[in-house]
Design a protein around this ligand. Sequence first.
Ligand code: SF4
Length: 352
Amino acid sequence: MGSSTRVDVAIRGVRLMDAPVSRRAGAGPSDDGHVLLDGVGAAIPLNPRSPYSVDGGRLLLDGADTGMGVEAVARPRFYDLVTEDGVPYEQIARLHSAHVLATTVVQTCVRYAESERCRFCAIEESLRQGSTIAVKTPAQIAEVALAAHELDGVSQLVMTTGTSRGRDRGATHLARCVRAVREVLPDLPIQVQCEPPGDLATLSELHRAGANSIGIHVESLDDDARLRWMPGKGSVPMSEYRAAWAEAVRVFGWNQVSTYLLIGLGEDPDELVAGAEELIAMGVYPFVVPFRPLAGTLATEVDHVPAPAYEVVADVTSRVAAALRRAGMAGADQAAGCAACGACSALGCQGG
Ligand code: SF4
């Protein structure tokens, strides 16, 4: 796949308003449609003003064929099922890209007050819209995972959580959910995502429960950017993140730990790349992703921050991909999770 087109379309999005598999609001990147670009999964922002469009299964730029095939990911069959107590499966977990099942086990966040909230996050927006439920029980998640695996061939599960008030910051409920899925699907690769838990022994508990990979997402390594963009989460000192990453690598293994790094939060690109290289040296995969201006976030509604420039995203992505190749660290080698899926980043199509 042309990696420059992949980066460009990841930023500018595509005029494709009826993608059968898409996300609105929620945690992490959203407002996107899930497609296969030349057969490779990609989560692309849906943007009615994008110069990219789709016609006859081809990706067009300003009406001209880019040479790239596009196929929308089909609506999965498990979306049509409902639990015994009447909750649509679609509100419990969603299909991401072609084969990933993803769920936010607790859809509220202790940091969601306007003065504390991460300015790029819309975790409670999908709850407000009624498209999900506040807390998913372990039994509900296990039920949906089994159906998604059997009916739609889902091959990995990603579980994230809003941050809770407890010292574990939500990790204990995640562990309960992993255990429940393990009972029905002993071999399904599972990634969990959480903040550094106050007690690092919780990381071993998540691993013992059956999680194969873990994402501990810092979003930015620059303290100024962290406090500006994430007044609540940015108050967790970097030393806590470093301790949690080191312990997670010890417990889960080299390249089974990852973190998101968002391009476009004002961080110096050279420092961002140097920070990514330090993470790689620790055994942590830096999942670099362009910041997306999402509806319902403070960044969009209040700050009006645009997506980062194409040149910056292309430069940072290609330098981090080169560092990953030098270290022999590939996202595809993670058992599960965003690095393994790769749909939200252009690292994978550059061998990272
Ligand atoms: S990279 Fe992560 S957030 Fe993006 S589609 Fe894949 S699993 Fe979902």
